[in-house]
Design a protein around this ligand. Sequence first.
Ligand SMILES: NC(=O)c1ccc[n+]([C@@H]2O[C@H](COP(=O)([O-])OP(=O)(O)OC[C@H]3O[C@@H](n4cnc5c(N)ncnc54)[C@H](OP(=O)(O)O)[C@@H]3O)[C@@H](O)[C@H]2O)c1
Length: 297
Amino acid sequence: MMGAILVTGGSGQLATALLKAGPKNEIRRVGRPEFDFDRPETIEKAIASQRLAAIVNAAAYTAVDAAEDDAEAAFRANRDGPARLATLAASAGIPLIHVSTDYVFDGSKGAPYLESDLTAPLGVYGASKRAGEEEVLAAGGRAVVLRTAWVISPTGRNFVRTMIAARSKTDHLRVVADQRGQPTSAADLAAAILAILHQIESTGWQERFGGIFHAAGTGETTWHGLAMAVFEEAARHGVAPPEITPIRTEDWPTRARRPADSRLDCGRLSEIFGLRLPPWRESVRGLVDELFNGRPH
Ligand SMILES: NC(=O)c1ccc[n+]([C@@H]2O[C@H](COP(=O)([O-])OP(=O)(O)OC[C@H]3O[C@@H](n4cnc5c(N)ncnc54)[C@H](OP(=O)(O)O)[C@@H]3O)[C@@H](O)[C@H]2O)c1
Protein backbone atom coordinates (compact mmCIF):
# COMPACT_ATOMS: atom_id res chain seq x y z
CA MET A 1 0.00 0.00 0.00
CA MET A 2 1.10 3.59 -0.61
CA GLY A 3 1.30 4.66 3.01
CA ALA A 4 0.12 3.03 6.21
CA ILE A 5 -3.31 1.72 7.17
CA LEU A 6 -4.48 3.37 10.38
CA VAL A 7 -6.41 0.82 12.47
CA THR A 8 -8.38 2.15 15.43
CA GLY A 9 -9.62 -0.09 18.21
CA GLY A 10 -6.65 -0.65 20.49
CA SER A 11 -6.58 -4.14 21.92
CA GLY A 12 -10.05 -4.99 20.58
CA GLN A 13 -10.71 -8.26 18.78
CA LEU A 14 -10.77 -6.91 15.24
CA ALA A 15 -7.91 -4.43 15.67
CA THR A 16 -5.76 -7.25 17.06
CA ALA A 17 -6.69 -9.54 14.16
CA LEU A 18 -5.86 -6.81 11.63
CA LEU A 19 -2.47 -6.24 13.20
CA LYS A 20 -1.79 -9.97 12.95
CA ALA A 21 -3.07 -10.29 9.37
CA GLY A 22 -1.40 -7.27 7.79
CA PRO A 23 2.25 -6.73 6.94
CA LYS A 24 3.93 -5.16 9.99
CA ASN A 25 5.04 -2.02 8.15
CA GLU A 26 1.57 -1.54 6.69
CA ILE A 27 -0.62 -1.43 9.81
CA ARG A 28 -0.51 1.36 12.35
CA ARG A 29 -2.81 0.41 15.22
CA VAL A 30 -3.94 3.05 17.68
CA GLY A 31 -5.91 2.76 20.91
CA ARG A 32 -6.68 4.53 24.12
CA PRO A 33 -5.34 6.71 25.61
CA GLU A 34 -3.46 7.94 22.50
CA PHE A 35 -6.58 7.56 20.33
CA ASP A 36 -9.83 8.17 22.16
CA PHE A 37 -13.19 9.12 20.70
CA ASP A 38 -13.93 10.82 24.02
CA ARG A 39 -11.07 13.23 23.25
CA PRO A 40 -11.69 14.32 19.64
CA GLU A 41 -8.33 16.10 19.37
CA THR A 42 -6.65 12.67 19.46
CA ILE A 43 -8.49 11.72 16.26
CA GLU A 44 -6.96 14.63 14.34
CA LYS A 45 -3.54 13.90 15.74
CA ALA A 46 -3.58 10.25 14.67
CA ILE A 47 -4.48 11.17 11.12
CA ALA A 48 -2.06 14.04 10.79
CA SER A 49 0.83 12.01 12.22
CA GLN A 50 1.81 10.29 8.97
CA ARG A 51 0.99 9.59 5.35
CA LEU A 52 -1.99 7.25 5.39
CA ALA A 53 -3.31 5.09 2.58
CA ALA A 54 -6.53 4.16 4.40
CA ILE A 55 -8.30 4.02 7.75
CA VAL A 56 -10.08 1.08 9.34
CA ASN A 57 -12.34 1.96 12.24
CA ALA A 58 -12.48 -1.08 14.51
CA ALA A 59 -13.00 1.00 17.66
CA ALA A 60 -16.45 0.96 19.18
CA TYR A 61 -18.41 0.95 22.40
CA THR A 62 -19.38 -2.72 22.20
CA ALA A 63 -20.83 -3.44 25.65
CA VAL A 64 -24.42 -4.05 24.49
CA ASP A 65 -26.01 -4.20 27.95
CA ALA A 66 -23.92 -1.44 29.58
CA ALA A 67 -24.84 0.89 26.69
CA GLU A 68 -28.44 0.95 27.93
CA ASP A 69 -27.29 2.95 30.96
CA ASP A 70 -24.47 4.82 29.25
CA ALA A 71 -26.03 6.13 26.04
CA GLU A 72 -23.90 9.26 25.90
CA ALA A 73 -20.65 7.33 25.90
CA ALA A 74 -22.04 4.84 23.35
CA PHE A 75 -23.07 7.64 20.99
CA ARG A 76 -19.73 9.44 21.43
CA ALA A 77 -17.80 6.32 20.44
CA ASN A 78 -20.21 4.88 17.88
CA ARG A 79 -21.59 8.01 16.21
CA ASP A 80 -19.61 11.19 16.99
CA GLY A 81 -16.11 9.70 16.79
CA PRO A 82 -16.75 7.85 13.50
CA ALA A 83 -18.38 11.02 12.09
CA ARG A 84 -15.20 12.99 12.80
CA LEU A 85 -13.02 10.20 11.42
CA ALA A 86 -15.09 10.07 8.23
CA THR A 87 -14.89 13.82 7.72
CA LEU A 88 -11.11 13.74 8.10
CA ALA A 89 -10.79 10.73 5.79
CA ALA A 90 -12.97 12.47 3.20
CA SER A 91 -10.88 15.64 3.23
CA ALA A 92 -7.69 13.57 2.99
CA GLY A 93 -9.24 11.65 0.06
CA ILE A 94 -8.47 8.25 1.61
CA PRO A 95 -10.81 5.27 2.00
CA LEU A 96 -12.41 4.57 5.36
CA ILE A 97 -13.61 1.11 6.27
CA HIS A 98 -16.07 1.47 9.11
CA VAL A 99 -17.34 -1.61 10.95
CA SER A 100 -20.95 -1.89 12.07
CA THR A 101 -23.30 -4.53 13.37
CA ASP A 102 -26.23 -6.86 12.73
CA TYR A 103 -27.84 -5.28 15.84
CA VAL A 104 -29.04 -2.37 13.66
CA PHE A 105 -31.92 -4.75 12.82
CA ASP A 106 -34.76 -5.88 15.06
CA GLY A 107 -34.59 -9.46 13.81
CA SER A 108 -38.22 -9.76 12.76
CA LYS A 109 -37.69 -10.22 9.00
CA GLY A 110 -37.56 -14.00 9.14
CA ALA A 111 -34.93 -14.14 6.37
CA PRO A 112 -31.37 -12.87 5.93
CA TYR A 113 -31.24 -9.08 5.86
CA LEU A 114 -30.17 -7.14 2.78
CA GLU A 115 -28.17 -3.92 3.05
CA SER A 116 -31.23 -2.05 1.75
CA ASP A 117 -33.58 -3.40 4.44
CA LEU A 118 -35.00 -0.97 6.96
CA THR A 119 -33.04 -0.75 10.21
CA ALA A 120 -34.83 -0.83 13.57
CA PRO A 121 -32.36 -1.23 16.43
CA LEU A 122 -33.74 -2.73 19.64
CA GLY A 123 -31.32 -1.03 22.01
CA VAL A 124 -28.93 1.86 22.57
CA TYR A 125 -25.90 0.01 21.18
CA GLY A 126 -27.66 -0.77 17.89
CA ALA A 127 -29.09 2.74 17.66
CA SER A 128 -25.69 4.32 18.25
CA LYS A 129 -24.09 2.06 15.61
CA ARG A 130 -26.84 2.90 13.11
CA ALA A 131 -26.33 6.62 13.77
CA GLY A 132 -22.61 6.07 13.13
CA GLU A 133 -23.30 4.41 9.76
CA GLU A 134 -25.43 7.37 8.72
CA GLU A 135 -22.78 9.90 9.72
CA VAL A 136 -19.99 7.99 8.00
CA LEU A 137 -21.96 7.77 4.75
CA ALA A 138 -23.08 11.41 4.96
CA ALA A 139 -19.46 12.62 5.20
CA GLY A 140 -19.26 12.04 1.46
CA GLY A 141 -15.88 10.32 1.34
CA ARG A 142 -14.72 6.93 0.12
CA ALA A 143 -16.53 5.03 2.85
CA VAL A 144 -17.16 1.29 3.06
CA VAL A 145 -19.43 0.27 5.94
CA LEU A 146 -19.11 -3.42 6.84
CA ARG A 147 -21.85 -4.84 9.03
CA THR A 148 -20.61 -7.91 10.81
CA ALA A 149 -22.00 -10.17 13.56
CA TRP A 150 -21.18 -12.36 16.56
CA VAL A 151 -17.44 -11.69 16.47
CA ILE A 152 -15.21 -14.41 17.91
CA SER A 153 -11.44 -14.49 18.29
CA PRO A 154 -8.65 -15.87 20.48
CA THR A 155 -8.49 -12.60 22.43
CA GLY A 156 -10.87 -10.23 24.14
CA ARG A 157 -14.44 -10.71 25.22
CA ASN A 158 -16.41 -13.14 23.10
CA PHE A 159 -18.80 -16.05 23.40
CA VAL A 160 -16.28 -18.80 22.56
CA ARG A 161 -13.87 -17.70 25.28
CA THR A 162 -16.75 -17.28 27.72
CA MET A 163 -17.92 -20.86 27.07
CA ILE A 164 -14.48 -22.35 27.56
CA ALA A 165 -13.94 -20.35 30.76
CA ALA A 166 -17.37 -21.41 32.05
CA ARG A 167 -16.56 -25.08 31.43
CA SER A 168 -13.77 -24.98 34.01
CA LYS A 169 -16.34 -23.97 36.63
CA THR A 170 -19.34 -26.11 35.76
CA ASP A 171 -20.51 -29.31 34.07
CA HIS A 172 -23.84 -27.86 33.02
CA LEU A 173 -24.37 -24.83 30.79
CA ARG A 174 -27.66 -23.20 29.78
CA VAL A 175 -27.45 -21.45 26.43
CA VAL A 176 -29.99 -19.40 24.46
CA ALA A 177 -31.27 -21.41 21.50
CA ASP A 178 -33.79 -19.02 19.94
CA GLN A 179 -31.48 -16.31 18.59
CA ARG A 180 -30.17 -16.96 15.08
CA GLY A 181 -27.09 -15.36 13.62
CA GLN A 182 -23.68 -15.83 12.07
CA PRO A 183 -20.54 -16.27 14.16
CA THR A 184 -17.75 -14.33 12.47
CA SER A 185 -14.08 -14.88 13.09
CA ALA A 186 -12.19 -11.61 13.62
CA ALA A 187 -9.31 -13.12 11.62
CA ASP A 188 -11.62 -13.87 8.67
CA LEU A 189 -13.08 -10.37 8.78
CA ALA A 190 -9.59 -8.85 9.01
CA ALA A 191 -8.52 -10.79 5.91
CA ALA A 192 -11.59 -9.55 4.03
CA ILE A 193 -10.90 -5.95 5.06
CA LEU A 194 -7.31 -6.15 3.81
CA ALA A 195 -8.50 -7.73 0.56
CA ILE A 196 -11.00 -4.88 0.07
CA LEU A 197 -8.29 -2.27 0.64
CA HIS A 198 -5.91 -3.94 -1.77
CA GLN A 199 -8.65 -4.13 -4.37
CA ILE A 200 -9.45 -0.44 -3.94
CA GLU A 201 -5.78 0.35 -4.30
CA SER A 202 -5.27 -1.77 -7.39
CA THR A 203 -8.26 -0.55 -9.39
CA GLY A 204 -8.59 2.91 -7.89
CA TRP A 205 -11.77 3.99 -6.09
CA GLN A 206 -15.03 3.17 -7.84
CA GLU A 207 -18.48 4.39 -6.83
CA ARG A 208 -19.75 0.82 -6.43
CA PHE A 209 -17.22 0.19 -3.64
CA GLY A 210 -19.01 2.70 -1.42
CA GLY A 211 -21.91 2.14 0.97
CA ILE A 212 -23.01 -0.68 3.20
CA PHE A 213 -21.92 -4.32 2.86
CA HIS A 214 -22.88 -7.26 5.02
CA ALA A 215 -19.81 -9.27 6.02
CA ALA A 216 -20.42 -12.20 8.36
CA GLY A 217 -19.32 -15.81 8.59
CA THR A 218 -20.97 -18.17 6.09
CA GLY A 219 -23.81 -20.30 7.43
CA GLU A 220 -25.93 -19.72 10.48
CA THR A 221 -26.58 -21.07 13.92
CA THR A 222 -27.87 -20.14 17.38
CA TRP A 223 -25.83 -19.39 20.51
CA HIS A 224 -26.66 -22.94 21.58
CA GLY A 225 -25.43 -24.30 18.24
CA LEU A 226 -22.23 -22.31 18.62
CA ALA A 227 -21.69 -23.67 22.14
CA MET A 228 -22.18 -27.23 20.84
CA ALA A 229 -19.62 -26.60 18.08
CA VAL A 230 -17.11 -25.16 20.55
CA PHE A 231 -17.28 -28.24 22.77
CA GLU A 232 -17.18 -30.66 19.83
CA GLU A 233 -13.86 -29.08 18.93
CA ALA A 234 -12.65 -28.74 22.52
CA ALA A 235 -13.22 -32.49 22.95
CA ARG A 236 -10.27 -33.08 20.59
CA HIS A 237 -8.18 -31.26 23.18
CA GLY A 238 -9.29 -33.46 26.04
CA VAL A 239 -12.12 -31.29 27.36
CA ALA A 240 -15.05 -33.43 28.49
CA PRO A 241 -18.19 -31.94 26.90
CA PRO A 242 -20.54 -30.33 29.42
CA GLU A 243 -24.27 -30.79 29.38
CA ILE A 244 -25.65 -27.90 27.32
CA THR A 245 -29.32 -27.14 27.86
CA PRO A 246 -31.07 -25.05 25.22
CA ILE A 247 -33.02 -22.21 26.81
CA ARG A 248 -35.21 -19.37 25.56
CA THR A 249 -34.22 -15.72 25.50
CA GLU A 250 -36.69 -14.96 28.27
CA ASP A 251 -34.95 -17.52 30.49
CA TRP A 252 -31.72 -15.51 30.27
CA PRO A 253 -32.79 -11.92 30.99
CA THR A 254 -30.40 -9.21 29.81
CA ARG A 255 -30.49 -5.44 30.13
CA ALA A 256 -30.69 -4.93 26.33
CA ARG A 257 -32.99 -6.77 23.96
CA ARG A 258 -31.30 -8.63 21.12
CA PRO A 259 -32.62 -9.49 17.65
CA ALA A 260 -34.08 -12.99 17.42
CA ASP A 261 -32.83 -13.50 13.86
CA SER A 262 -30.18 -11.11 12.57
CA ARG A 263 -28.85 -13.23 9.72
CA LEU A 264 -27.15 -11.07 7.09
CA ASP A 265 -27.28 -11.70 3.34
CA CYS A 266 -23.67 -11.20 2.26
CA GLY A 267 -24.32 -11.34 -1.50
CA ARG A 268 -23.27 -7.77 -2.20
CA LEU A 269 -19.79 -8.35 -0.72
CA SER A 270 -19.39 -11.29 -3.03
CA GLU A 271 -20.77 -9.47 -6.07
CA ILE A 272 -18.70 -6.30 -5.73
CA PHE A 273 -15.49 -7.53 -4.10
CA GLY A 274 -15.62 -11.26 -4.90
CA LEU A 275 -15.33 -12.03 -1.19
CA ARG A 276 -17.12 -14.56 0.95
CA LEU A 277 -16.13 -15.21 4.55
CA PRO A 278 -15.36 -18.85 5.40
CA PRO A 279 -18.04 -21.11 6.92
CA TRP A 280 -18.31 -20.20 10.63
CA ARG A 281 -18.07 -23.87 11.63
CA GLU A 282 -14.58 -24.18 10.11
CA SER A 283 -13.48 -20.97 11.77
CA VAL A 284 -14.64 -22.25 15.16
CA ARG A 285 -12.48 -25.33 14.66
CA GLY A 286 -9.40 -23.22 13.91
CA LEU A 287 -10.14 -20.86 16.76
CA VAL A 288 -10.56 -23.61 19.36
CA ASP A 289 -7.29 -25.19 18.17
CA GLU A 290 -5.59 -21.83 18.57
CA LEU A 291 -7.02 -21.39 22.06
CA PHE A 292 -5.63 -24.79 23.02
CA ASN A 293 -2.19 -23.76 21.73
CA GLY A 294 -2.65 -24.91 18.16
CA ARG A 295 -2.31 -28.57 19.05
CA PRO A 296 -5.17 -30.65 17.65
CA HIS A 297 -5.32 -34.05 19.42
N1 LIG B 1 -18.05 -8.12 19.18
C1 LIG B 1 -19.10 -8.47 18.45
O1 LIG B 1 -19.74 -9.51 18.65
C2 LIG B 1 -19.55 -7.59 17.29
C3 LIG B 1 -20.70 -7.92 16.58
C4 LIG B 1 -21.10 -7.13 15.51
C5 LIG B 1 -20.35 -6.01 15.18
N2 LIG B 1 -19.27 -5.69 15.90
C6 LIG B 1 -18.51 -4.49 15.54
O2 LIG B 1 -17.22 -4.89 15.12
C7 LIG B 1 -16.27 -3.89 15.44
C8 LIG B 1 -15.09 -4.50 16.19
O3 LIG B 1 -15.60 -5.07 17.39
P1 LIG B 1 -14.68 -5.91 18.39
O4 LIG B 1 -15.39 -7.16 18.68
O5 LIG B 1 -13.27 -5.95 17.90
O6 LIG B 1 -14.80 -4.97 19.67
P2 LIG B 1 -13.94 -4.96 21.01
O7 LIG B 1 -13.14 -6.19 21.13
O8 LIG B 1 -14.87 -4.58 22.09
O9 LIG B 1 -12.96 -3.76 20.74
C9 LIG B 1 -13.39 -2.44 20.59
C10 LIG B 1 -12.27 -1.53 20.98
O10 LIG B 1 -12.73 -0.19 20.81
C11 LIG B 1 -11.97 0.62 21.66
N3 LIG B 1 -12.81 1.70 22.19
C12 LIG B 1 -13.92 1.61 22.97
N4 LIG B 1 -14.38 2.83 23.26
C13 LIG B 1 -13.55 3.70 22.64
C14 LIG B 1 -13.47 5.12 22.57
N5 LIG B 1 -14.35 5.90 23.21
N6 LIG B 1 -12.47 5.68 21.85
C15 LIG B 1 -11.56 4.92 21.23
N7 LIG B 1 -11.57 3.59 21.26
C16 LIG B 1 -12.55 2.99 21.96
C17 LIG B 1 -11.42 -0.24 22.78
O11 LIG B 1 -10.02 -0.23 22.63
P3 LIG B 1 -9.00 0.23 23.78
O12 LIG B 1 -9.76 0.31 25.06
O13 LIG B 1 -7.97 -0.80 23.77
O14 LIG B 1 -8.53 1.56 23.27
C18 LIG B 1 -11.86 -1.64 22.44
O15 LIG B 1 -10.83 -2.58 22.62
C19 LIG B 1 -17.04 -2.82 16.19
O16 LIG B 1 -17.41 -1.82 15.30
C20 LIG B 1 -18.28 -3.53 16.68
O17 LIG B 1 -19.37 -2.63 16.85
C21 LIG B 1 -18.83 -6.46 16.95
